[in-house]
Write a protein that binds this ligand. Structure first.
Ligand code: ZN
Length: 681
């Protein structure tokens, strides 16, 4: 474990925060918290917590003794001073006299002693930090520590490695009881450098940020050395098939089967695939069934990943139907098992809890790797990161002994912790959470407006554009991914869709938007112009829809095709034949998809927009037409029944409406301010 402390960096951060009015204690606390957060083998995704005891002025300028402790929702890697809310220390210390304290009462007592009423909730491990006398306290869930403690003989192994340098605290769920027990262990031998929380993690402490940090690094390094000396048994491989199906063939099957029906639509997950050599060794292990089903390496992972990953068989490329059936069976057994686990422990509770959905958050596929599942791409990545940490720790634990974690009832207590349940109840969900939306021509104009609108509703957006930089810029703004793609090249379209499936697991909504206007009097237009327009304004729509439908069929959870048609398809404009003719064919294409795929739940609809400034209408075209009609460009743009100009965001809103209209297919929605000549009849 690398010691990342640098006195020069520490001085720099102290002087830079001094300019913002932040004192050296908090500045150094920020510095060493980030050092801990920078190493994923120490903490990951909001795990771990840190504190410093200092004095701060109150409203009257009187110095108050406080503890600045990591706030809920902050990550050590990126923490700022406001992520370390200050709590009055004396009232916290006094709480040690209490016999018992519920989590809710503890959270309340911590909140009413905050110096800033708007600060985030102090960590649930605040009291442990507060009861210890040291100025600086660090807490991590270091992989190497977990590998030693998460074994049947974990405590014996840890005592051999660390001896009297640390105190040993039996497993207790975080909160008041653990804080009391931990400080009692410390008081038995005040010379210790830290506390080893069995089957949970490590605390170190000291008079300075540097001392607490260096003790953490030293103890974790000791654990790493012990693993490399004692770890002699690599995981034994099972006989796996020599060839397995590709990620892009497997992912849509998993994604479809894990989607939960909620009436007309499904609660969908994003899938994040990982397949490092260590992961493959792990998922191909002969004893996968035993070591992967014990529980997570540290208790708080269970909130993000559930206790057990789902194991499915290796997918043979020629037998994907059989794979699908096996996954379906494995999932129904998993859901039944999960429900029984809930009932078993919920029946012992004084307050009944709300059962969480029965779907796994990690799927292990021999030969292919692991998938993290989440209601957003971020959540899926977190699940996959935590699963990778579990792979590393369990591999090390098994190389020395036999992996073992806390009791099932302790796991339940964490998973159904009242504080976590309250967080879930307060979570806001958006209409397109968990949906993957692909938009062609999404790098600018109407396409970019559609991308933004769908992303606002929670969709994971995949932006395709001939201009790769434009696609990437819009995608980055919306937390999505950009792809350079000429939609008139079928091989490019297929490759991009395959990449999307490998990236997020599938596709739900496809907005086939890319287009361009060709003009010419139809009797005189060169054949190559007409053909070029057909390539982009008709065949490309077919290529995109075809690629999407293949994935949607594999998912078996319906899907949504949306085409950007045109007023030209209904009401041809003079000299716009080269543009309008293929657009008419695209309108029929939309209807044909509705007819052919309604039975598998794939909806197909179109939007007819007209006179949109950021659409295909250039400024010079607007000027030209306005002049022809003897009006100003603004009057021309407002020349519709409502007298209102149509914007790109109006068009985007229509696409969103259709994406959400679960009972609508084969329909055209107009967004033109009212143009009776273009009304469908
Ligand atoms: Zn912890």
């Amino acid at each position: 474990m690398k010691d990342r402390w640098s006195d020069a960096d520490a001085r720099r951060i102290v002087s830079s925060y001094a300019k913002q009015g932040v004192g050296p204690d908090v500045a150094l606390r920020v510095y060493s918290s980030r050092l801990l957060g920078a190493d994923r083998r120490l903490v990951l995704h909001g795990g771990g917590n840190t504190s410093v005891k200092t004095t701060l002025p109150d409203l009257y300028g009187d110095a108050v003794e406080v503890i600045c402790v990591k706030g809920s929702g902050w990550d050590l890697a990126t923490i700022e001073p406001e992520g370390l809310p200050a709590v009055r220390l004396e009232p916290l210390r006094r709480m040690r006299q209490l016999g018992a304290l519920s989590d809710e009462a503890m959270v309340n007592a911590q909140r009413i002693n905050l110096l800033d009423a708007k600060a985030p909730n102090p960590s649930v491990e605040t009291l442990l930090h507060a009861f210890l006398p040291h100025r600086v306290v660090d807490h991590t869930h270091a992989n190497a520590i977990l590998a030693l403690t998460d074994q049947t003989e974990g405590e014996v192994v840890c005592r051999e490695v660390f001896g009297a340098r640390v105190g040993y605290v039996p497993y207790i769920m975080p909160g008041f009881a653990l804080a009391k027990q931990a400080v009692e262990v410390f008081e038995q031998d005040e010379s210790i450098e830290g506390l080893l929380l069995l089957k949970h993690g490590l605390f170190t402490f000291g008079d300075s940020a540097k001392e607490a940090y260096r003790r953490m690094i030293a103890l974790v390094s000791l654990a790493e050395a012990a693993i490399s000396q004692r770890g002699t048994r690599p995981l034994r491989a099972a006989s796996a098939p020599t060839t397995v199906a590709s990620v892009s063939a497997v992912a849509p099957i998993l994604r479809g089967l894990t989607a939960l029906s909620d009436g007309d639509d499904y609660t969908r997950f994003i899938l994040e695939h990982r397949a490092s050599p260590d992961i493959l060794t792990y998922v191909n292990g002969a004893e996968l069934e035993r070591y992967s089903q014990q529980g997570t390496v540290t208790p708080d992972h269970v909130i993000r990943t559930k206790s057990k990953p789902l194991i499915v068989p290796a997918p043979e490329p020629e037998a994907l139907d059989r794979f699908g059936i096996a996954v379906r069976d494995a999932l129904s057994a998993y859901a039944k098992d999960y429900h029984e686990y809930f009932v078993r422990h919920n029946s012992t509770q004084s307050v009944a809890k709300a059962e969480l959905d029965p779907m796994p958050r990690v799927i292990l596929v021999p030969g292919v790797g692991l998938f993290g599942l989440g209601r957003s791409r971020r959540a899926a990545k977190i699940a996959a990161d935590l699963a990778e940490t579990n792979v590393a720790v369990i591999g090390d634990a098994e190389s020395m002994g036999e992996y073992e974690v806390i009791e099932e009832s302790d796991i339940y207590d964490i998973e159904y912790w009242s504080l976590e349940q309250a967080k879930l109840a307060g979570a806001v969900s958006r209409q397109l959470d968990g949906h993957v939306a692909v938009v062609t021509g999404g790098g600018s104009g109407i396409g970019a407006a559609i991308v933004r609108r769908l992303a606002q509703e929670g969709a994971e957006v995949m932006v395709l554009d001939r201009e790769g930089d434009a696609a990437t810029a819009v995608a980055e703004e919306c937390g999505g991914t950009g792809f350079v793609c000429d939609v008139t090249e079928p091989s490019q379209v297929r490759a991009v869709f395959e990449s999307i499936v490998a990236l997020v697991g599938g596709v739900d909504i496809v907005v086939s938007n890319a287009g361009a206007a060709w003009q010419g009097r139809v009797g005189e237009v060169p054949a190559e112009d007409l053909r070029a327009s057909f390539e982009l304004n008709f065949f490309a729509h077919q290529t995109v829809a075809q690629a999407a439908v293949a994935i949607m069929k594999a998912q078996e959870i319906g899907g949504c095709l949306l085409f950007n048609a045109s007023k030209q398809a209904v009401n041809p404009g003079k000299h716009f034949g080269p543009y309008g003719l293929p657009k008419s064919a695209t309108l029929s294409l939309m209807r044909q998809y509705a007819v052919d795929y309604g039975e598998v739940g794939i909806r197909s609809n179109a939007v007819n927009a007209d006179r949109v400034r950021s659409g295909l209408l250039s400024a010079s075209m607007i000027q030209q037409r306005a002049t022809q009609r003897g009006v100003s460009p603004a009057e021309y743009m407002e020349g519709n029944l409502l007298g209102r100009e149509v914007s790109a965001s109006d068009v985007a809103q229509a696409f969103l409406h259709l994406a959400l209209a679960m009972k609508t297919t084969g329909a055209v929605m107009t967004v033109d301010g009212g143009n009776i000549a273009a009304a469908l009849r």
